[in-house]
Design a protein around this ligand. Structure first.
Ligand code: EPU
Length: 419
């Protein structure tokens, strides 16, 4: 079977502007959240990525009328039906778990396959389940391929999350907006995507307060209307292009960013010795190696994002000494390491911490194991001498809108081939 690969001839200096797309991790929650609406909804600023296409197609499976044109989605939920969603689609992405909270809120029951997504090590959903149960749902997990979630009534509850989870916070919020009475989620995730979803739900008529803090309050309402909402810019896509600019850019400008959301990365790049010229909604960066070595520890927001530890890693080969990256969120998110070694990198990993030493990268044949590993390989390939062939690029297309075109516009020598 033919497979598309991305090929990059490294060593070019890049310059120009990049328009950052809407946030994947907001979009993949807001699209399922439209199930809760009873009137027409329009979502603007969606990234043009595979995960968005899959979720829109899942809405269609529920007999919701949709029209996706460019970055705008129109949703008409008037003829919605509660049916079991096709397992193959549900399994193709992580965020399909948001169908659970949204369908539970809307119908009080659903039967749904288990979510898939990037293989980052164990990714349990016990906190989602704990939240649904606290709201009154009964959960049948006896099948290995699907789950039945059902509630006679959804009743507001006080829920304390044992781990700070973006997915669990949003999923519980989706169900709780239609529960009777008040729900409080303590130890909630504070990520900007949680705030964006809360704003979307409020635009439909929900009563969510405290989003962006660790205590979320949701007062249930009997029905939700329609609205028009614009998705926030993707801080991880922006961060990835900031790493690209720091690797090989001559004054690259990124537009459509929210400076505050990328603060944790900006601070780290400055520590490396990179001049980051940032204002509220744009940022300019050039490369200026050699860099200082740094220690990076991923944490929940506003700490350094786990989703950026892989894309920033190639920059650390340009530092004057060893750097260390510890991922406390996903200690096994290091599948990029073997691929970087194929490119000549001096990198090792032990107990959730990578040690990265100064290295000169060479083009090689490499495989993207997951979305951000793919982004890491792109940054590495741009830096490397010679041609790099990246396989498994569907992972990259799941999350980066028009990445080949955006790189080409910056002057990168990048192309795709069927092999
Ligand atoms: N966790 C549990 N139990 C749960 C839920 C999470 O133990 O019920 C643990 C996880 O194993 C992990 C930590 O809690 O160690 C945080 O997980 P979280 O639930 O926050 O992750 P997620 O919601 O599944 C989202 C993003 C990820 C991103 C993480 C962390 C989406 C669709 N995915 O995942 O994005 O890495 O938050 O910020 O929003 C990506 O974009 O490449 C990506 C993987």
């Amino acid at each position: 079977m033919a497979e598309e690969v991305i090929k990059i001839k490294g060593g070019q200096r890049l310059n120009g502007k990049v328009q950052i797309s809407g946030a994947k991790n907001s979009a993949v929650a807001i699209i399922p959240a439209t199930i809760l609406a009873e009137q027409q909804v329009t979502i603007d600023g969606l990234p043009e990525i595979l995960d968005v296409e899959t979720l829109v197609s899942l809405l269609g499976d529920l007999n919701i009328k949709t029209s996706l044109k460019g970055d705008t989605l129109e949703v008409n939920p008037k003829e919605i039906e509660n049916v079991q969603l096709p397992n193959n689609k549900v399994e193709s992405l992580r965020a399909s778990y948001y169908m659970m909270g949204a369908m539970l809120g809307r119908f009080k029951k659903c039967v749904i396959g288990l979510p898939g997504g990037c293989p980052l090590g164990p990714r349990p959903i016990d906190q989602h389940i704990k939240g649904f149960k606290a709201l009154g749902a009964k959960i049948d997990e006896s099948s290995t391929s699907s789950m039945k979630i059902e509630a006679e009534e959804l009743k507001g509850a006080n829920i304390y999350l044992d781990v700070v989870s973006v997915g669990a916070t949003i999923n519980i919020m989706l169900a709780a907006v239609r529960a009777q009475g008040q729900t409080v989620i303590e130890n909630a995730a504070k990520e900007p995507e949680v705030v964006d979803v809360a704003n979307f739900l409020n635009s439909l008529g929900a009563k969510v307060s405290g989003a962006g803090t660790s205590s979320l309050k949701i007062t249930g309402v009997p029905e939700l209307g329609g609205s028009r909402h614009s998705v926030i810019p993707d801080r991880i896509e922006a961060g990835t292009y900031m790493c690209i600019a720091a690797a090989c850019g001559d004054n690259i400008e990124l537009n459509n960013i929210i400076a505050k959301h990328i603060d944790p990365l900006t601070v780290k790049l400055r520590e490396l010795g990179i001049d980051v010229d940032i204002d509220e909604d744009s940022v300019r960066i050039s490369s200026s190696e050699p860099y200082q070595s740094v220690h990076i520890k991923t944490l929940v927001y506003p700490g350094f994002a786990t989703d950026l530890q892989q894309p920033i890693t190639p920059l650390l080969f340009l530092a004057e000494g060893p750097s260390f990256v510890k991922d406390t969120i996903y200690p096994k998110r290091f599948k990029h390491v073997d691929e970087l070694r194929k490119m000549g990198a001096d990198i090792s990993v032990d107990q959730g911490t990578a040690t990265i030493k100064p290295s000169k990268l060479k083009g090689a044949e490499v495989y993207a194991s997951d979305l951000r590993a793919g982004a890491c390989l792109i940054v590495a390939a741009l830096l490397a001498e010679g041609v790099t062939t990246i396989h498994n690029v569907r992972h990259i297309y799941r999350g980066y809108s028009g990445i080949v075109e955006k790189l080409r516009e910056l002057g990168a020598d990048v192309w795709t081939e069927e092999v």
